[in-house]
Design a protein around this ligand. Sequence first.
Ligand code: DON
Length: 608
Amino acid sequence: MNAHRKESARSPGAAMPAVCVAAGLALVLAAQGCHSSATHGAPAPASQHAAAGGAASAIPARAAATFPADWRFAAGKPATIAAHAMIASNSELASEAGVEVLRKGGNAVDAAVAVGFALAVTLPEAGNIGGGGFMVIRMADGRSAAFDYREVAPLAATATMYAHSDGTTGTESVVGPLAVGVPGAVAGLAAASKTFGRLPLREVMAPAIRLARDGFVADSAFSLSVAHARGRIAPYAGASVFLPYGEAPAPGTRFTQPALARTLALIASDGPDAFYHGPIADAIAEEMRNDGGIITREDLARYTAVRRVPLASTYRGYTLYTMPPPSSGGVTIIEALNILETYPSLPPFGTAAYAHELTDAFQRAFIDRNGKLGDPAFVEVPVARLTGKPYAHEVRSTMADHAQPTSRLATTVPEGSQTTHYSVVDADGNAVATTTTLNDLYGSGVFVRGAGFFLNDEMDDFAAHPGLPNQFGLVEGPQNAIAPGKRMLSSMAPTIVLDPGGQLFLVTGGRGGPRIITSTAEVILNTIDYHMDLADALAAPRIHHQAIPDQLRYERNGLTQAVRDSLAAMGYTLGEGQATGTCAAVMRVPGGYAGAVDPRATGGAAGY
Ligand code: DON
């Protein structure tokens, strides 16, 4: 269907500097039980970008990646390469839906909107119209925008709505009707389409409507996802669609969603009003009444997506466009990268020094994230200070050559997985990074009967139980307290990176709660500092620190025993697992674009 081809972005004839860097790393790391991907292919030469997408600029050489010997993913796997345009998402069918729209004459924003609606059909665990998200856009002509279609707390919500009178806490912020925030996805996708798209919504939504009406063949990932979420889905109206005879759709069977097809067709013909003022609003409000929720017609009628100015920052000469609050993702990534930029260069990948420098940068940035960020319409958020270079130097001056406990560093003491990212680049070099979420897999479990979609459980992203960790272990402060109409803080971090010549370099982001932030930052570091090609940058082992719990999390076999011993000796508490999110990305390469999805996740890239 698509003319994209799977092949390595590497080609023979490595540029000297890249070879020297790679050889240097290999020597350093050999002593620590690591192997490199040098045998999988030589790094690509530095070359001029000849494909569509504006003026040429140098593409830095990629170096062979070096992973620990027991690491689960081999280095040197190919990305998907195409000459003109590329889309990477957690559903190959959705990526192809985007390519279909590009081929019809749509631009990257049309394609991103098409992917967003298609994901609501083919990846219902996370893709959605009953949730919300963020879209960062950077057009080839230099315009940029960030669409914020994060959910908001219902008008009847209160800061203490999840507190039980006997002092205990329950699961109401995560499961069931009280967990639902007012959905923003339809408003946001429609706003982006109207402002930057070329094609009418009707054409952009056609592939999603077709996938819902005619169905798609369930693969084992889809079947397993539904089966694992049985407990979440079964109590609500979605059971008749997703667990028809009490079982998940078997792999190989065709899965159709006629009610969702009708809902999408209504949005395509009548626009977002159908969702916020028309029959779909009626269906949501009725579902809420039936199930004991508090979202009303008025909540839906009042919802608006917000166009914001993306945060822009630099890192070693590269320019980043990323999501401002109510996302914490952009601020936290920028703060961490600014701290890391105070080092003239980073230590060899995977070493104890590497883990120490990244961990401390993440720990400090998360301390600020957890205590200082919230919805800027409700609270004062010190974005300029936290993302400024002077602040990074201030923070750096208080860092040591050993671990420092969060409890001693946090000056603001706080009171007290499911999401999907996709990246799109079109033949003109327009780029879109989008992350959208229901929070948990299948959100709150609540399903709008007749309209065919799940509703999110985003209320848990507020400091729903002040002073206590949320489902991601995050402990946040009063900045993120619940208030009617307020947007809950998010970690989603869709990000677009330009190279030092101002040309598009990387479009990325991910899923995984707070680990979105560290995973996205590490993909950026892997491509900029470690010169990895895209597939290696996504496959590389990750580490994570979110201040509380005060632990350096690592992936199994992602740090060698010698490195772990060194880190323990430096005073770190190490924890295996819960160290990573999953990312999807598009990168400019000689002759076009590479697209890849995290090997830890489902999905695929498609281009032409
Ligand atoms: O907005 C947020 O930060 C969360 N709702 C994201 C949740 C998530 O990534 C779960 N996926 N694994």
